[in-house]
Design a protein around this ligand. Structure first.
Ligand SMILES: Cc1cc2nc3c(=O)[nH]c(=O)nc-3n(C[C@H](O)[C@H](O)[C@H](O)COP(=O)(O)O)c2cc1C
Length: 256
């Protein structure tokens, strides 16, 4: 099933061991940072764009979510309500239009609608859910308990100490064959682009309920795969995001 695509699949992995030891970045070597943008060239005509405030009425909620979105690494100690976690799961991986047995459109776009990402959720503090590792089932809109118990220590280690005492941690796993089945060797860029869309949905959904998250690309591949019980070949961890209520977002979250 994965025959021939090991090299391409390796680009989807964390690979942080490659920057350990002797390796030095240009930043560490003191080279100047590349500019923020390609500056306007001499003589190039500029057309100033109006601010987006004109859409306040029609796109008000989205505008404030986009303006407020940022990576949040500090979380309130209070738990999520089950409805909040359910909303975040749906935003990050949910189905909006099921076509048939093998095709379903979701809340985020995916190249060829192949949806090669599975969502795992470690729930530490969610009312109505025993602490444990779950797998989100988008078809059923349900969580399947993979294993019960608070093993956040192992997860923290796999995430290079970036668990941040979150109420829950979302981890997307890649199942590359879903995309390779159609696109073969050109699948892997598509899979990475898909993951970006899914995680941005989670960011915006968090903002909408007074919660926060932070994308995590720096993690220990082998440890996170082992934590999730994945073989590291046909299914492996790709992206993670601890979530929790923002300390300042309690009112918006409707804390009870
Ligand atoms: C692909 C990707 C990987 C990231 N990995 C990490 C990470 O491992 N640890 C971390 O603290 N932040 C991580 N971030 C968050 C970025 O540091 C953050 O998005 C950036 O500083 C810009 O801040 P903002 O999200 O508040 O706009 C990651 C973001 C992206 C998009």
């Amino acid at each position: 099933m994965s025959e021939g695509y090991e090299r391409e699949r390796s680009f989807l992995k964390a690979n942080w061991e490659r920057v350990e030891g002797e390796w030095r970045s240009d930043q560490t070597l003191g080279l100047p940072a590349p500019p923020l943008e390609e500056s306007p060239k001499e003589g190039e005509r500029l057309f100033a764009l109006p601010p987006s405030a004109g859409f306040e009425e029609r796109g008000g909620a989205l505008l404030s979510l986009l303006r407020g979105r940022k990576s949040r690494r500090k979380f309130a100690a209070d738990p999520f309500r089950l409805e909040e976690l359910a909303f975040l799961c749906w935003a990050a991986a949910g189905i909006r239009d099921r076509r048939n047995e093998v095709t379903a459109f979701r809340t985020y776009p995916s190249g060829g609608c192949r949806h090669p990402l599975d969502l795992f959720v470690f729930a530490a503090r969610v009312r109505g859910l025993p602490a444990g590792l779950y797998r989100y089932l988008p078809v059923e809109h349900a969580l399947a308990l993979v294993r019960e118990g608070d093993d956040s220590g192992a997860l923290d280690e796999a995430l290079f100490e970036q668990y941040w005492k979150a109420a829950a941690v979302f981890v997307w796993a890649a199942v590359p064959y879903r995309t390779e089945w159609r696109y073969g060797p050109v699948s892997h860029k598509i899979i990475l682009l898909d993951a970006g869309h899914a995680c941005e949905n989670l960011y915006l959904a968090c903002e909408a309920i007074g919660a926060g998250t932070c994308a995590i690309g720096a993690y220990d591949q082998a440890k996170l795969d082992a934590y999730l019980g994945l073989d590291g070949k046909d299914r492996f961890a790709l992206y993670a995001a601890p979530v929790g209520r923002s300390p300042e977002g309690k009112a918006a979250a409707g804390a009870d």
